[in-house]
Design a protein around this ligand. Structure first.
Ligand code: NAD
Length: 317
């Protein structure tokens, strides 16, 4: 124990630290790396996940194991949650033995899951009833960004809480942006991902058309990238295999951002648009296209698989 404490002192981060006891809930593909980075930067970390094996690596790296969300919350000044869906977040905060059942006054809760902004706002209301504080801080950058601590955090909540959280989030990311009130981090995240889905489908569609008309898809992609059609999906993350060796399309669409997660985010954007009476014709269509990909057994493939799907859907193949 004394050796562990000594290690924590050695790894103590530079810069202002508001928190000495940090809790982390949800140690999956993203949370596992994010929590590891907090340990590497010298934070004293308590972890909890319903899946015991997900906690193993963290405990070996020096994290303290909590037996429940309630136990973790009781011993933490700040708690980060990184959970799959709306229901997981709501239950984890408000359920029996949930985080809020033992929350202390002024404990700061940061939810980095991607969920519906209205759920973030409801969780915030419940948190405040318990005398604690809540901000949403969803991320972009994917598993690689989580591993390399280069995530972008989109934060919604009081400015003072954003300031309090900033140095902690910087231990896991390279950019921390205050977007506005609670829920606005989720709004930023959902809007960005909706545009990403639309642009990926758009690039895939035109490159497939060019191919069918006799133009090499690699040449078409290079033309896009020096023309007005250029975008992140054409330039940095092309869906055509063999243009950039490190992107998922060049590795049979493995790794990257799964079709199931993109479909989930588009569903959240659709729900938010319906609630606010906002027309999102292209977003809705993108949602349906990704839902179709799901029915074709492509849920675990990177979302750029839409190119391969369109290509295989050609007549007279
Ligand atoms: P994941 O499914 O790999 O991990 C989620 C973890 O939460 C699992 O270990 C699971 O056991 C745990 N969990 C579920 N319910 C729990 C509960 N009640 N208490 C404690 N632990 C619980 O998911 P992920 O890929 O790490 O994504 C997490 C969130 O981040 C999602 O909302 C996702 O949309 C978002 N996100 C993911 C990526 C990505 O590339 N994977 C990128 C950006 C944002």
């Amino acid at each position: 124990m004394a050796v562990l404490n000594f290690l924590h002192v050695l790894r103590r981060p530079v810069g202002r630290r508001y928190f000495s006891n940090v809790g982390f809930v949800g140690l999956g593909n993203m949370g596992n790396y994010m929590a590891t980075n907090l340990i590497k930067k010298g934070y004293k970390l308590t972890v909890y996940d319903v899946n015991k094996t997900a906690m193993k690596n963290l405990i070996e790296a020096g994290a303290i194991e909590a037996k429940s969300a309630a136990e973790l919350s009781k011993n933490s000044q700040v708690v980060i949650t990184m959970l799959p869906t709306n229901d997981h977040v709501w239950d984890s905060y408000t359920g029996k033995d949930g985080l809020l059942s033992t929350a202390k006054k002024d404990t700061l809760f940061i939810d980095s899951s991607t969920i519906d902004p209205s759920v973030s706002q409801k969780v915030s209301v419940e948190t405040i009833k318990n005398g604690a504080k809540f901000i949403d801080g969803p991320v972009s950058g994917g598993v690689v960004g989580a591993r390399d601590a280069t995530l972008t955090f989109m934060v919604g909540g009081e400015k003072s809480e954003y300031e309090r959280a900033k140095s902690l989030l910087e231990a896991m990311g390279s950019r921390v942006v205050h977007c506005g009130d609670v829920g606005m981090g989720q709004v930023a995240k959902l809007c960005n991902n909706m545009l990403l889905a639309i642009s990926m489908i758009g690039v895939s569609e035109v490159v497939n058309l060019a191919d069918r008309l006799g133009l090499d898809p690699k040449v078409m992609t290079s033309i896009l990238n020096t023309s007005t059609g250029r975008c992140w999906s054409s330039e940095i993350y092309p869906p055509v295999p063999g243009i950039i060796s490190t992107v998922p399309s060049s590795n049979d669409y493995q790794g990257g951002f799964m079709t199931s997660l993109m479909t989930k985010d588009l569903g959240l954007a659709q729900a938010a648009a319906t609630r606010s009476n906002t027309p999102i014709p292209l977003g809705s269509l993108a949602h349906q296209i990704y839902r179709i990909l799901m029915t074709h057994g492509l849920k675990d493939k990177d979302f750029s698989i839409v190119y391969k799907y369109l290509k295989q859907s050609n007549y007279n193949n």
